[in-house]
Design a protein around this ligand. Structure first.
Ligand SMILES: Nc1ncnc2c1ncn2[C@@H]1O[C@H](COP(=O)(O)OP(=O)(O)OP(=O)(O)O)[C@@H](O)[C@H]1O
Length: 653
């Protein structure tokens, strides 16, 4: 049995692999041999395809075709029907056209005066011309429907993916496997959905073309059918061989290509531009890129040469097969088995069958490979759905107190819990502070309180009810988080604040965008921008503007305040603020009866007036109380506070 894609042998003459190897060795010398550049799990489909026999492809084909049609059907029934139905109709026209052509030839080759023969051939000629015209129209319209399907499928598939990735629980993103799958799906699986439909329609078109031609030949003279198949075989074998080499070559080059993408990204990226210049990395990066390009171009040239060689061999064998067919036809003619008109039509049918068969073979190859990647997409959606909160539960409009009962959180693939059996209670209207050294678990604890993570141990209760029983959307609506690692959203300044509560109706209570900006000491800064609140904060776009780190932080604070939530979590809200902005923000964060503030900061002067201070160490809660109580005790809080205070005192002495 022929192998569509056979196993790759690694021998010293294995050119692309050898080239890839030398490139890897070269870049290792240059210090760029990063572990993440090693082939990832996503390569397993490529390898699977490379070891796939023609038989296994053929076995899976009906299911793949069914799946592709189902996908197209779910996206747009009319276009699916048109793409397949019109191709089938075009096949009927192919048969009709060939039969009519035989009629024309039969009349023309008949005995008698030429004008009489031409007159006799006219009806069949009109029929043949009509068949060609109708077939052309059907093919163009089917192609149009097929082309219409592609963007619609892409739209549906992308939307479904992003509906899923934005709904999935935050913890999923800490799972390296999940993140890798997501990248893989975004990189390939998503795009393959439209491809498998495209390949399926091409496959159907090709098969219909072959069958239509075979049907015509069978009607004209069944003996000619084996001739048709014999002539088409070299074409099919050449198509398979070329597709296989193309694919194996891509496999051999993949690591080098990934490295080139990485280098290209470093050299043409706003975020790396400053460092590339500061360290004068230009020559180094360009030299590395040039080296890769040289090897890559050489590999591509070798591939082009090998493909041309295969094509030449294929064409030669095809020529010999055609010659053999002519010889057989000649024999059949001489022995009177086949009439001259039938033989001439068979030659036309050969041309048509060849191109249809080539189309079908290419489509099968591509369909099989792309379907593997599309399967990744579907698996990812299933897995992501299982990590999405159900969205049901008891409604809630707030809380009087939040209680953490021996709450722990262990990140995936880590040895020690980041938060270890912490119990504490927070009441409405309080300002509480979480303090402790770097890595002690403050941010993780704050995220647990915010509901961004579900505890891996213990229970969090709102007014005595386990939050797992509450509606996640309703609890999230009560919380605002100013995170330590905020993102520079590429929107206008006003939008950057408004997204804090973008669905607030215009007549609903709550601060305006400008109120929130003033409270976060951001108003004057925004008013000074070229287009004020309408300034686009993305330098990559025309008229876009960027802000300093501290200015962004004021904007982030304004967003948190605009959200106007019952529970406000501020993780290092003033790390990048100047003294004046910090003072203004903390003035605003002071006690309010309807709002609870959870503050994380290393500047302990800011937590002096907190109602409760919780001191964390290695994930555990080691001290709690107000400032005076903790200063009276001999513990880590007093130690940290005095350490900071001594810096200020020394400066003023
Ligand atoms: N997403 C994550 N995946 C795995 N481990 C994490 C993750 N986030 C934090 N950690 C680990 O959990 C521990 C607690 O981190 P956390 O960010 O909660 O500390 P922190 O007290 O807020 O630190 P800092 O003061 O530096 O902000 C650290 O050991 C950190 O390395």
């Amino acid at each position: 049995m022929a192998t569509v894609i056979g196993p790759r042998r690694s021998t010293p003459t294995d050119e692309p692999a050898a080239e890839a190897g030398s490139a890897e060795a070269g870049s290792a010398e240059a210090g760029l041999d990063l572990p993440e550049l090693a082939d990832g799990g996503w390569m397993h489909h490529a390898t699977e395809f490379a070891h796939t026999s023609f038989r296994s492809v053929a076995r899976r084909l009906p299911r793949l075709v069914r799946e592709a049609i189902a996908l197209a059907w779910a996206t747009n029934r009319r276009d699916t029907l048109a793409a397949i139905g019109l191709n089938l109709a075009a096949g009927v026209m192919t048969t009709l056209g060939l039969l009519a052509t035989t009629g024309v030839l039969r009349e023309l080759f008949a005995a008698g005066p030429t004008p009489d023969r031409v007159r006799a051939a006219l009806p069949a000629l009109v029929l043949a011309a009509a068949a060609v015209a109708v077939k052309g129209t059907l093919t163009v319209t089917a192609g149009w429907a097929q082309a219409r399907l592609i963007p619609q499928i892409n739209y549906a598939v992308e939307l479904r993916l992003f509906e899923t990735t934005t709904a999935v629980e935050l913890a999923a993103f800490d799972d390296a496997g999940f993140a890798e799958e997501m990248d893989r799906v975004r990189d390939r699986g998503m795009a393959e959905a439209a491809s498998i439909v495209d390949h399926t329609v091409n496959l159907i078109t090709g098969v219909v073309g072959v069958l239509a031609t075979a049907a015509a030949v069978t009607v004209i003279q069944p003996v000619l059918l084996p001739c048709l198949l014999l002539a088409a075989v070299p074409e099919a074998v050449t198509a398979v061989r070329m597709a296989r080499r193309q694919y194996l070559d891509m496999l051999a080059r993949i690591n080098r290509r990934r490295r080139m993408w990485m280098l290209a990204h470093l050299m043409a990226n706003r975020h790396t531009a400053a460092e590339v210049r500061a360290y004068q990395m230009r020559d180094f990066l360009l030299a590395e890129f040039r080296r890769m390009m040289t090897v890559e171009t050489a590999a591509l040239l070798r591939l082009a040469r090998a493909q041309s060689r295969t094509r030449a061999v294929g064409m030669s064998v095809g020529g010999i097969a055609a010659f053999a067919v002519y010889a057989v036809l000649g024999g059949l003619l001489l022995t009177g088995v086949v009439a001259l008109a039938a033989a001439a039509t068979a030659l036309l049918a050969l041309q048509s069958a060849r191109s249809s068969l080539a189309l079908a073979v290419y489509a099968t190859n591509n369909l099989y490979e792309d379907a593997l990647y599309y399967q990744d997409y579907r698996d990812f959606l299933d897995r992501a759905d299982s990590r999405t909160a159900a969205g049901q539960g008891r409604p809630t409009a707030g809380f009087e107190h939040i209680e953490l009962d021996r709450v722990s959180l262990r990140y995936p693939d880590t040895d020690a819990p980041a938060v270890d059996e912490v119990s504490l209670t927070i009441r409405r209207g309080e300002v509480i502070a979480l303090v402790g050294e770097n890595g002690s678990g403050k941010t993780t604890l704050a995220k647990l309180i915010a509901g961004l993570y579900r505890p891996t141990g213990g229970v969090i209760r709102w007014d005595g009810v386990d939050v797992a029983e509450l509606d996640p959307a309703a609890t999230a609506a009560q919380v605002a988080v100013m995170t330590q690692e905020w993102w520079k959203f590429p929107f206008t300044a006003a939008q950057n604040i408004r997204i804090g509560r973008h669905d607030r109706p215009p007549d609903a209570a709550g601060p305006t965008v400008e109120d929130a900006a003033r409270s976060a000491a951001a108003h004057d800064m925004i008013a000074g921008l070229p287009f004020g609140y309408d300034t686009l904060l993305a330098r990559e776009f025309k008229n876009g503007h960027d802000l300093s780190g501290g200015q962004w932080q004021r904007l982030v604070a304004a967003r948190g305040l605009y959200r106007d939530a019952r529970l406000l979590i501020c993780d290092e809200p003033s790390a990048a603020l100047d003294a004046r902005a910090e003072h203004a923000l903390f003035e605003h964060l002071r006690r309010r009866p309807d709002r609870t503030v959870v503050l994380i900061t290393h500047r302990l002067a800011n937590v002096r007036h907190a109602d409760q201070i919780f001191v964390m160490d290695h994930g555990r809660l080691v001290q709690q109380g107000d400032h005076d109580t903790l200063m009276a005790a001999d513990g880590p809080y007093r130690e940290l506070f005095e350490l900071q205070a001594s810096g200020y005192l020394a400066a003023t002495e």
